[in-house]
Write a protein that binds this ligand. Structure first.
Ligand SMILES: [Zn+2]
Length: 202
């Protein structure tokens, strides 16, 4: 996509049709937007906006792998709309699934989404978790391998002293990563944890 196109044209994240600057998606895609859903992972409510399939899968993959970072604003809007079952006024802080950062991997997609959500909720966004080892990419592994791959690799970055935390990830598939992060936050002293993701495998 050309720079001028990115700066002055807004496109529907699902079909890439040009839309008005004050719209999130085109009229056709708006009519078929699915209802947000919830998943329970180790007793924690995790909200999500879309199934991880079709145009919704394409949108998140464009955001993640085609450097379409400007989509974070729009995508976080959908994530916020999926939080209806969660009392957002009772939250203290927004955090995100941390990435293992090195010279090659400097960008955390979940962090950018978390920052947009925190801003909309007028809450601080802080890194409360640390990823202690570099793991294999989850999508290359079987379900059993995924569970083992992320086991005990996250820990709380600080004492959480009864904080009520909203944990943001981009995609939930098996839920192994989210579950490990929820456990690490609770082990670190969080009073309650809620999860939110843009897409979830059903
Ligand atoms: Zn569209």
């Amino acid at each position: 996509m050309r720079l001028l196109d990115i700066l002055f044209t807004r496109r529907c994240p699902f079909c890439e049709k040009v839309i008005a600057l004050n719209e999130n998606e085109c009229g056709k895609c708006r009519l078929s937007l699915p209802k947000p859903g919830n998943r329970e992972l180790c007793g924690t409510l995790c909200a999500y906006s879309f199934p991880y399939s079709g145009a919704y899968r394409t949108a998140i993959l464009n955001y993640k792998f085609k450097n379409q970072h400007y989509l974070a604003q729009t995508l976080s809007y959908y994530m916020l709309s999926s939080l209806k079952a969660i009392d957002t006024k009772a939250l203290d802080v927004v955090t995100y699934v941390p990435a293992y950062m090195d010279k090659k991997h400097k960008f955390n997609h979940s962090r950018l989404l978390a920052e947009c959500i925190a801003k909309r909720l007028s809450l601080p966004c802080r890194q409360l978790l640390i990823k202690t080892v570099k793991t294999e990419k989850q999508h290359n592994l079987s379900r059993k391998q995924r569970t083992e791959n992320v086991k005990n690799v996250f820990k709380a970055a600080e004492k959480l002293n009864g904080s009520r935390v909203l944990l943001v990830d981009d995609i939930i598939t098996t839920g192994c990563t989210m579950t490990e992060c929820i456990n690490a936050l609770k082990f670190g002293g969080a009073d309650s944890v809620y999860g939110v993701a843009l897409c979830s495998s059903l």
